[in-house]
Design a protein around this ligand. Sequence first.
Ligand code: GA4
Length: 319
Amino acid sequence: MVKGSQKIVAVDQEIPIVDMSQERSLVSMKIVKACETLGFFKVVNHGVDQTTISRMEQESINFFAKPVHEKKSARPVNQLFRYGFRDIGLNGDSGEVEYLLFHTIDPAFSSQLSLSSAVNCYIEAVKQLAREILDLMAEGLGVPPHTLSRLISSVDSDSVLRVNHYPPSDQLFGGATLSDKSASLTKVGFGEHTDPQILTVLRSNGVGGLQVSNSDGMWVPVSPDPSAFCVNVGDLLQVMTNGRFISVRHRALTFGKESRLSTAYFAGPPLQAKIGPLPAMVTSVSQPRLYQTFTWGEYKKLAYSLRLEESRLDMFRTC
Ligand code: GA4
């Protein structure tokens, strides 16, 4: 069941598309505008090699096609890689999804899997794209170069790669029940939330399901485009820009007909990194400081102690 009274508007309504092959200052301006209005945009001509994407996706498809007992026994080799289904986080959230989570803080994280080479290449490529986008944001905001990208560049950056598989309804976990068959096939794959990190770089196969919440509180369905990446602002970027960029609420629905595969790279800083509004984003009168300073480790701990849809940022507001 999909709860909530939030209305749904037309597909892609006001979703910005940024062509990375355009002139640099134009690209950076468009990115900043998109982050201020929605906190979400699509990028095309992003430069990520299609073979890198296809290899990672094929490995993921092969993994999810394995029998459940095999997938479960792949869990967890260590804390750095995890297979899960239905359960999201540790506090009772669930959805019609199975997933692989790779914590990239350790370069040896996926050495136990045949996925490792394809996943590692993919992570390197999307990390590079995330860095490039953060540099364009810094330029557009007028803050020193690499202010943002350096946070996700160091070896101890705490980033996560998540591959989500939303199966069609005839493959629902535990099997579809009679009432499922007669009920609406639309279900929540991944409930509404914001991403806690700095920036998320996401792609999917040609099956839709992602929706983002706009400034009027309406859900905007995002059309699937395998040639594009979707980018969204995370909580930490909202803090660093002192609320100028929006950490966008989003969710994934499943419509029961086709398998959806989506892959999200959540670019985070080292655990000990201090996060607070950048000095250039604060002025005593027109833009007073909205957030306290905290470490990513503190914020992550809080995020993982709460339910998915909770607004964790409010707890760090200065007023
Ligand atoms: C949302 C973004 C990423 O998918 C994720 C998620 C994490 C998890 O699945 O373990 C969380 C969620 C996400 C935010 C709040 C906590 C933690 C589930 C949850 C209820 C991997 C992440 O970093 O935060």
